[in-house]
Design a protein around this ligand. Structure first.
Ligand code: COA
Ligand code: AMP
Length: 630
């Protein structure tokens, strides 16, 4: 098949294109209204269709005779456990848990938070919610109780489903105590907490709201899948924005299922029955789309990996998993490859592993540097495909569509727009830019199926953040350009969002915490380049006059508070005290300038700068503190 032709069809006649794709799914009621508008005039897909995600992920395959196929392989080097879950077994686990949720009074449209490590029960919980129309919100385990509390208050769950603990390499993470702390902090109180005991030695005292997971499931009768409207929210996934408050991205059901099914075949090039591995976490969008829903809708075997690329037990773990489970297509973040490369630069730890099953290696989540791409290509000897997308889109927006036609890889580019995405690079005035000019990366509306529906309880933020800046276009928040061959290059966020080891974080949120330190008068938090994590945050603070607290003390207090409030994933490790921050004459902090100096990038001194002498001051401060490339 020819990519250009296929892509043109998707843009020229999106309704016909996606109607055809939707026919690859089983609908209880096939949609007739393919593309329409919601009450706010925002495009929506398959409005009159009815379906169920859990049915598509499980029951359908059993009805088709594949009940004994492996659905999930749970591989946990941190507990030395491997478990194979067939579609039949998945059905049993999910339908019973769904029954237990119904017994607790949960109904279509209710919300449930899932705060769990990478164990099969996390998948069961997501699919059980989807089975009965309950909207789940999975919260990443690396977030602190305070972050969990913010999400509890925003999506007001009837229940929280959790586990007693997780394991980070060799450290027990006390999930349940974090949940208790979060409930204590939150104004909204969920009715019940369903607790899966892992018996890892960190059992906690029971609370009146606790319900034992296994007991609840044992006593429940299996629930049948409920037909929901295609526009029914399947989940809310919180992501960082440009303010301190995370935003709850709402995903629909019918558009999402259609897009995921399409992407498994045409983006990732996998057929039903193949083994697919996304080495991510169910707390991120990659986990939702490509550990759980995408591969299961496509009847793949999905790998659920509870470990890290290194130290569980070493840098050969990924290669063991690929060879042992015969993975055909793998997806990870460049930072994971960089971590492996650092430990094993010559790839010697690959020896002895048969990697012949692997056909494609996909990378995403952050910018992929050319040396990481080259190393992976050399070592794995398969096409290494950088692709670009975000929580909001739910599935790839730019990719080398491996299931259509593999284009030549150009390092630094995530290749071409995926079918359905009319990507345009715009300048500040909203004019479409030609090849070679860098600007704002946008998608001309309508977005294809599967993209965000809205922001939970905040349609104003949805409009302001994504639609208002360039009317008629969705604004991604990223900058980039297109080359003369049509390849698109993403150059990075143009807002206060940073990407640390593939984790999306808000510098504005960190700034709020730094600024709340009693000795700090004002501050800036910026993301600077890091060889391993891609970016790391750096805080610069000006203290209140008369402050006598030492920099090292302020640093350790701020770091502690950021870990307390956001969580360890924030990875804030350095706080530097400065006499003043660079500002415009109107008092705006020049964060971009601070970043460019740290990264040794070329920069122009903004004409509006208050005092250009500050540049030398900042350079000196960076030098003495060994910041970035200085
Ligand atoms: N639960 C609790 N804590 C977690 C956590 C989780 N699920 N995930 C990370 N953390 C903690 C880590 O233990 C670490 O804590 P520490 O500061 O006390 O050591 C901190 O958060 C930072 O973690 P991380 O950014 O993962 O750094 P690391 O040094 O532990 O590991 C890598 C570095 C590169 C190995 C790791 O970041 C990695 O595997 N990245 C891939 C990320 C990825 O796949 N992202 C998905 C996007 S597709
Ligand atoms: P998240 O919503 O957590 O998936 O993060 C999305 C953001 O990560 C995007 O807006 C980009 O800034 C960045 N990102 C994801 N994939 C890539 C990629 N392949 N190249 C460059 N940046 C990427």
């Amino acid at each position: 098949m020819n990519y250009q032709e296929f892509y043109k069809q998707s843009i020229g006649n999106p309704e016909l294109f996606w109607k055809n794709q939707a026919e690859n799914l089983h609908w209880y009621q096939a949609p007739e209204h393919i593309l329409s508008k919601d009450d706010d005039g925002y495009p929506q897909w398959f409005a009159d269709g009815k379906l169920n995600l859990s049915y598509l992920c499980i029951d359908k395959h059993i009805e088709d005779g594949y009940g004994r196929q492996n659905a999930v392989i749970y591989d946990s080097p941190v507990t030395n456990t491997k478990e194979i879950i067939t579609y039949n077994r998945l059905h049993k686990e999910v339908s019973r848990l769904a029954g237990a949720l119904k017994d607790l009074g949960l109904e279509k449209g209710d919300t449930a938070i899932i705060y769990m490590p990478m164990i099969p029960q996390a998948l069961y919980a997501m699919l059980a919610c989807a089975r009965i129309g309950v909207i789940h919100s999975v919260v990443f385990g690396g977030f602190a109780p305070h972050e969990l509390a913010i999400r509890i208050d925003d999506c007001t769950p009837k229940v929280i489903i959790t586990a007693s603990s997780g394991i980070e390499i060799d450290r027990i993470i006390p999930y349940k105590p974090y949940v208790d702390e979060a409930i204590e902090m939150a104004a909204h109180k969920p009715d019940k907490v369903i607790l899966f005991q892992r018996h890892l030695g960190a059992d906690t005292p029971g609370k009146p709201y606790d319900i034992d997971y296994l007991e609840a499931v044992k006593n429940a009768s299996p629930a049948e899948p409920l037909a929901v409207e295609a526009t029914h929210p399947s989940y809310i996934l919180y992501t960082s924005g440009t303010t301190g408050k995370p935003k709850g991205i709402i995903r629909d059901t019918g558009g999402y299922a259609t897009a995921l099914k399409f992407s498994m075949k045409y983006v990732y090039g996998v057929d039903p029955g193949d083994v697919f591995w996304a080495a991510s976490d169910v707390g991120w969008v990659v986990g939702h789309s490509y550990i759980v829903y995408g591969p299961l809708i496509n009847r793949n075997t999905t790998i659920l990996f509870e470990g890290k690329p290194i130290r569980t037990p070493d840098a050969s773990t990924f290669w063991r998993v690929i060879s042992e489970h015969r993975v055909k297509v793998m997806f990870t973040a460049p930072t994971a490859i960089r971590a492996i490369k650092k430990e094993d630069p010559n790839g010697e730890m690959m020896e002895g592993y048969d990697l012949s099953s692997l056909k494609f290696q996909f990378l995403a989540g952050e910018r992929c540097d050319a040396s990481t791409l080259k190393w992976t290509e050399e070592k794995l000897k398969v096409p290494v495909i950088d692709h670009w997308w975000q929580t909001e889109s739910g599935w790839p927006m730019l990719a080398n569509m491996a299931g259509v036609e593999l284009a030549k890889v150009k390092p630094g580019s995530a290749t071409f727009p995926v079918c359905g995405y009319n990507i345009q690079i715009l300048n500040n005035d909203g004019e479409v830019l030609g090849a070679g000019s860098e600007g704002f990366v946008t998608v001309k509306l309508p977005l294809p199926p599967g993209n965000l529906k809205n922001i939970w309880k905040n349609p104003e933020r949805f409009k302001a953040g994504y639609l208002a800046r360039f009317p008629g276009y969705y604004f991604s928040g990223d900058g980039g350009y297109r080359d003369a061959d049509g390849y698109v290059y993403i150059t990075g966020r143009v807002d206060d969002v940073i990407n640390v080891a593939g984790h999306r974080l808000s510098t504005a949120e960190m700034e709020e915490i730094v600024a709340s330190h009693p000795a700090v008068a004002e501050c800036a938090v910026i993301g600077i380049n890091d060889d391993l994590k891609g970016q790391i945050p750096l805080a610069l603070a000006v203290t209140k006059s008369g402050n006598e607290i030492a920099e090292s003390v302020i640093q350790s207090e701020v770091i502690k508070e950021v870990r307390n409030q956001i969580g360890p994933v924030a990875s804030l490790k350095q706080v530097i005290l400065v006499n003043r921050l660079p500002k415009t004459r109107s008092g705006k902090i020049l964060r971009k300038l601070l970043r460019s100096i740290a990264d040794n990038d070329d920069y122009k001194i903004p004409s509006t700068i208050d005092d250009p002498k500050i540049i030398d001051e900042i350079e000196n401060v960076y030098k003495t503190h060994k910041v970035g490339s200085n």
